[in-house]
Ligand binder design. Structure first.
Ligand SMILES: NC(=O)c1ccc[n+]([C@@H]2O[C@H](COP(=O)([O-])OP(=O)(O)OC[C@H]3O[C@@H](n4cnc5c(N)ncnc54)[C@H](OP(=O)(O)O)[C@@H]3O)[C@@H](O)[C@H]2O)c1
Length: 326
C-alpha cells in the first residue's frame, strides 16, 4: 500500500513513523509530506530514504491511506483533495472532528463507526480526550455515566515541536522566542490551552466535552474539563471524577477497565502511573482508584498516556490497520 503522512516532520508525524515501523501495517511506499520548508529533505524509514514533498494533488495520487498531522488549516484544504483521489484520510487535527459526516474514532471504543465516512475522512480525537474515553467507555458499559469532571495536566509536546523547544530553551536559560504558551512554562502550570470563549472556557476544554459526547454516543452527557499545561515533555495526565447511575466498588471498576484492550490498571494504590514512566508506551494507564467518601456513586481516578503515541500517532495507525483489514 502507498501511505502518505502529511506533517511527517512534526512531533506527531515522526511518532507515526516510529509506530508504523513497530506494527503490522504493510506499507510498500511511503509519501512523506511537510511544509515547503522541508520539501527535498530526506527521511530514513523502513531501511531506505524517502524524499519529503510539499503538499500537491500529485503527492496523493495512488495513495490508499493518508495520515494527516499538519494542523487544521492544512487538513481543511488537503483532506477533501486527497479523498477525491481515492485516499482514506485519517486526520489528527481538530478540523473535521465535529462534522456529522466524519466519524471520530478510538478503535477500542467505537470502531463500528469506521465505515460511516461519506467524505472519505476519519477524525482522530484530541489527545486528552482519547486517553479519557477508554476508561469512561468501560465504566459506562457497567454502570452508566451520569456526570464527568476532568482536570488535565498536559505535556508541552501536545503543542508540537514548538512546545518542546520552548521548554528546553527556557530550561537552558534562553528566551523562548517562538513559544506557543501564554506564560513561561518552565516551573509553571498554565490553565489555558487554546483560546477562551465568552464564558471563560478554553478551546481544549470545549473539545474534551464535545468530542467525548460524540465518541461515546452520549450527546447529553454532563461533562466538563479544566485543562492545564505543565512542564513535562511527553505524557498527559487526566484526573477524573466519574458519577455513575449505580455505585461501583473499586474492584468492579478496575475489572471493567482492565477488560478493555489497551487499558492497564494499577492494582496497589502506591503503584500509580506517571507521565515520565509511561512515555513511549501505547497503553492508557489508570491508577489511584477511590470511591468518593461522601458520594458513593462517584469514582475518582488518575489516567496517564503518551500524548504523541496513543493520544495521536498510535490511535491513527490503529485506525489505518482496521481500514487495511477491511
Ligand atoms: N502533539 C500532540 O500531542 C497532538 C496530539 C493530537 C493531535 N495533534 C495534532 O496533530 C497536528 C500536528 O501536531 P504536531 O504536534 O505534530 O505539530 P508540529 O510538531 O508543529 O508539526 C507540524 C507538521 O506540519 C507541517 N506543516 C506545517 N505547515 C505546513 C504546510 N503549509 N504544508 C504542509 N505541512 C505543513 C510541518 O512541516 P515542517 O516541519 O516542514 O514545518 C510539520 O511536519 C496538529 O493538528 C495537532 O493539533 C497533536
Amino acid at each position: 500500500m502507498r501511505l502518505a503522512i502529511l506533517g511527517a516532520t512534526g512531533a506527531v508525524g515522526r511518532t507515526m513513523l516510529d509506530v508504523l515501523a513497530e506494527r503490522r501495517l504493510h506499507v510498500d511506499e511511503l509519501v512523506p509530506i511537510a511544509s515547503p520548508r522541508s520539501a527535498g529533505t530526506e527521511i530514513s524509514w523502513g531501511g531506505r530514504s524517502w524524499t519529503v514533498q510539499a503538499p500537491s494533488d500529485d503527492a496523493f495520487e495512488g495513495v490508499g491511506i493518508a495520515l494527516f498531522s499538519a494542523g487544521a488549516d492544512r487538513s481543511r484544504e488537503w483532506a477533501p483533495r486527497a479523498a477525491e483521489r481515492g485516499a482514506v484520510v485519517v486526520d489528527n487535527s481538530s478540523c473535521w472532528r465535529m462534522d456529522p459526516e466524519v466519524p471520530l474514532i478510538v478503535p477500542e471504543v467505537n470502531a463500528e463507526r469506521l465505515g460511516e465516512r461519506p467524505r472519505g475522512i476519519i477524525a482522530n480525537p484530541n489527545c486528552s480526550t482519547i486517553q479519557m474515553v477508554l476508561p469512561l467507555k468501560a465504566l459506562h458499559d457497567v454502570a452508566g455515566l451520569t456526570r464527568v469532571v476532568a482536570t488535565t495536566f498536559q505535556a508541552v509536546s501536545g503543542a508540537g515541536e514548538k512546545g518542546r523547544a520552548a521548554l528546553r530553551s527556557e530550561r537552558s536559560g534562553g528566551a523562548a522566542a517562538d513559544s506557543p504558551f501564554a506564560r513561561p512554562i518552565d516551573g509553571n502550570a498554565i490553565p489555558c490551552i487554546g483560546d477562551f470563549d465568552e464564558a471563560g472556557w478554553t478551546g481544549e476544554e470545549q473539545k474534551m466535552r464535545a468530542e467525548t459526547r460524540k465518541i461515546l454516543g452520549l450527546p447529553e452527557l454532563r461533562i466538563m474539563a479544566s485543562c492545564v499545561r505543565i512542564p513535562v515533555e511527553v505524557g498527559h495526565a487526566v484526573q477524573l471524577a466519574v458519577e455513575t447511575e449505580r455505585p461501583l466498588t473499586r474492584e468492579e471498576a478496575a475489572e471493567a477497565m482492565r477488560a478493555l484492550p489497551g487499558v492497564a490498571v494499577a492494582d496497589a494504590a502506591a503503584d500509580f502511573p506517571t507521565p515520565r514512566e509511561i512515555a513511549g508506551r501505547d497503553e492508557v494507564f489508570v491508577g489511584r482508584l477511590r470511591i468518593d467518601p461522601d458520594l458513593p456513586n462517584v469514582l475518582h481516578l488518575w489516567v496517564v498516556a503518551d500524548n504523541l503515541r496513543k493520544g495521536a500517532a498510535t490511535n491513527a495507525v490503529q485506525i489505518a490497520e482496521r481500514l487495511a483489514d477491511g
